[in-house]
Design a protein around this ligand. Structure first.
Ligand SMILES: Cc1ncc(C[n+]2csc(CCOP(=O)(O)OP(=O)(O)O)c2C)c(N)n1
Ligand code: SF4
Ligand SMILES: [Mg+2]
Length: 291
């Protein structure tokens, strides 16, 4: 039996203090993450938090785990690479709605359908916070912002429905101002074997302050909702409103499981001959016109 005392939320706090605006929702998300890590007793040396660029994407600097602050929109490809290269690590990708669903949107459905065992936690404030409040893919129609002074002309992306349709195997919504539920959702998402997506409502008090409105609107997912029912999950996602909890959960083999099975059943000699035949074919093709 281990004599080491279980880790506490404070054990995951780095020396770097967040510089988010006072009242920013991201503080509640970070607090929930510290508590979830402690509840899971994650070893910081075996945990990697990967982000893109944005106010929310500063998060890896504030935790004692390994962290990678990548490029705008690129947390998922880096997180996928880390997990594939070292399946023993717990990998959590974090970022904003702009990072994940504008420039980074192309990566999302592929991470989901591949069922790579990574948790993706999006701090959704329906705005680009870092660059001073432009409309994002989740901004509401008619929402006013510095780039949409007469109101946003676009229809917002429903990220929960997107996740379910892309075959994400765990889809949930939490809120920065309900840290108890968000902590529990992060615990369950990290424990889930497969790609888990959490949309964390996290108000930007500077450029799109919906904190009080959102607090009035949120309700819990009904206890009789069956998260294994994909159609019911779609219904919840599409119906609107702000349901907090797990919308969808399915257990199916992860990409790492499938790679491992492939490695185990493929003799080394087959791989060597495959590489040989590929380089021979490639060599033969050099110099030949393709059109
Ligand atoms: C390639 C590239 N394009 C644009 C930017 C500028 N940029 C930085 S953060 C950001 C959007 C941030 O919004 P979001 O991801 O929602 O994060 P938030 O600040 O709201 O947490 C943009 C457009 C950039 N850094 N790199
Ligand atoms: S600008 Fe908005 S998202 Fe960025 S730290 Fe301030 S409140 Fe948070
Ligand atoms: Mg944002």
């Amino acid at each position: 039996m281990s004599t080491e005392a279980a880790r506490k939320p404070n054990d995951y706090k780095s020396d770097l203090k967040p510089i988010w605006c006072p009242g920013c929702g991201d503080y509640g998300v970070l607090a929930s993450l510290y508590r979830a890590f402690a509840e899971l007793d994650l070893d910081p040396k075996k945990t990697v938090v990967v982000s893109g660029i944005g106010c929310s994407s500063r998060l890896p600097g504030f935790v004692t785990t390994y962290g990678v602050h990548t490029l705008h929109g690129r947390p998922l490809p880096v997180a996928m690479g880390v997990k594939l290269a070292n399946p023993d690590l717990t990998v959590i990708a974090v970022g904003g709605d702009g990072d994940g669903f504008a420039i980074g949107a192309g990566h999302f459905p592929h991470a989901a359908r591949r069922n790579i065992d990574v948790t993706y936690l999006v701090m959704d404030n329906e705005i680009y916070g870092l660059t001073k409040g432009q409309a994002s893919p989740t901004s509401l129609t008619d929402q006013k912002a510095p780039t949409t002074p007469w109101g946003n002309l676009e229809t917002p992306l429903n990220t929960l429905a997107f996740a379910i349709s892309a075959n994400a195997s765990f889809v949930a919504r939490g809120a920065s101002f309900n840290t108890k539920t968000l902590t529990e959702l992060i615990v369950q998402a990290v424990e889930h074997k497969g790609f888990s997506y959490i949309d964390a409502m996290s108000p930007c008090v500077m450029f799109n302050n919906k904190q009080e409105a959102w607090k009035e609107l949120v309700t819990d997912v009904e206890p009789d909702h069956n998260p294994a029912d994909r159609v019911a999950a779609f219904d919840l996602a599409l119906r609107g409103g702000f349901k907090l909890g797990i919308l969808y959960r399915e257990l199916r083999p992860t990409l790492n499981d499938k790679y491992q099975a492939l490695i185990e059943k493929t003799p080394d000699s087959n791989i060597a001959s495959m590489i040989e035949s590929f380089s021979a074919a490639k060599g033969a093709a050099i110099g030949k016109p393709t059109v």
